[in-house]
Design a protein around this ligand. Structure first.
Ligand code: KG4
Ligand code: ZN
Length: 336
């Protein structure tokens, strides 16, 4: 019988300090996430310097808690997987240096993982992959369509040319004086609002799977300013519903077109915005009319965590990929 592969994952690319242990890339043994959202809220966004400091304070606490939750011992851990990029460089460095120290002290192999590969592999903690698959990644820093023909291989077929979907959500939320991160608040408002404003949809050139959300964001800002000047009252929930309708229509339509063109066997959705109820509902409606199965992970696995890093790290480890103790944080690491 094949021995289990036990991977310890570490994630510190943004504002979550996270440690997890995963068995065979599919089963979570322990998954601890310490969020810093409360500390960044009053600034309306993540302050990089504060994020790094919190990671330093939290890392050993989170690591200890991860082992307290389980019977697994260091002896059983096969390797340490860590997010090497992309993300905030100071934040990434805390995770990378912790992983290197542990790798050296415990004599365990080290595997650097791309944050987006992690978001994709969060899905494998719920259901195994069927190739070729198309992944829609929508987070605070990324909006991408990635084609995977096999494990560990990523072909970028579309990406945002300006703002990420989550970034647009957070900026519009700020205009509406909603707390950070704004995505979930817009989502809640959108559910009770009506699509009364016809915001633009950025389709870009025929056949392009790229995205653009900055024009939409500006259209929302202009609409709010113009209404104010004219003394016209716009309901926040209607702005939210109209904005969300534009984002969801573009994301869903492009994902469906790409899925058909590449004749994929599975669609997976990943990243913080995958928690969006409007997007989940529309994707489910559209793909239920096709024979392509759609996989969207539990909301807890959509936002940043280390189980997804351990899951992606398991495949990299099994494929023989190793990082040396010279591994460095790379804020703009490419997915390949
Ligand atoms: O993946 P994630 O936790 O961190 C990054 O890697 O960026 O994503 C965070 C982003 C934030 O922009 C947040 O507003 C957005 O995901 N988000 C949502 C929802 N929940 C989180 N956006 C829309 N609707 C939601 N329900
Ligand atoms: Zn993320």
């Amino acid at each position: 019988m094949k021995k289990d592969t036990i991977i310890l994952g570490i994630e510190t690319s943004c504002d979550e300090t996270a440690v997890s242990i995963v068995r065979n890339g599919t089963e979570i043994i322990t998954n601890v996430v310490a969020s810093q959202i409360e500390s960044h809220k009053r600034f309306g966004g993540v302050v990089p310097e504060i994020a790094s400091r919190h990671h330093v304070e939290q890392m050993t606490v989170v690591l200890e808690e991860a082992f307290e939750n389980t019977d697994i011992t260091w002896d059983e851990v096969d390797a340490i997987a860590v997010t090497e990029g992309p993300g905030l460089v100071g934040a990434l460095l805390v995770g990378v240096n912790s992983a290197k120290a542990l790798s050296f002290a415990k004599q365990k192999p080290l595997v650097g993982v791309h944050h987006i590969a992690g978001h994709i592999y969060a899905n494998r903690l719920e259901k195994d992959f069927e190739f070729p698959l198309l992944a829609l990644i929508v987070s605070g820093g990324h909006t991408e369509l990635v084609l995977m023909r096999e494990h560990g291989s990523y072909e970028l077929i579309g990406e945002t040319r300006d703002d990420a979907a989550g970034e647009a959500y957070d900026k519009v939320a700020r205009m509406l004086n909603l707390p950070y991160p704004g995505g979930p608040h817009i989502d809640q408002l959108a559910a009770i609002g009506k699509e009364t404003i016809d915001f633009p949809r950025a389709w870009l050139e025929e056949g392009s799977y790229d995205f653009s959300f900055s024009g939409l964001k500006s259209a929302v800002i202009n609409k709010i300013h113009n209404a104010k000047q004219r003394g016209e009252i716009l309901k926040n929930e209607d702005i939210a519903a109209s904005f969300q309708a534009s984002v969801v229509e573009v994301l869903t339509t492009k994902t469906l077109e790409a899925a058909k063109e590449y004749n994929v066997s599975q669609i997976i959705v990943a990243g913080g915005v995958a928690a969006n109820k409007g997007l989940r509902k529309e994707l489910e409606a559209v793909f239920s009319e096709t024979d392509i199965p759609l996989l969207i992970p539990n909301i807890k696995l959509c936002t940043d965590n280390a189980a997804m890093i351990a899951a992606a790290g398991t495949i990299a480890f099994e494929q023989g990929r190793r990082s040396g103790l010279d591994l460095n944080a790379n804020a703009s690491l490419m997915l390949k």
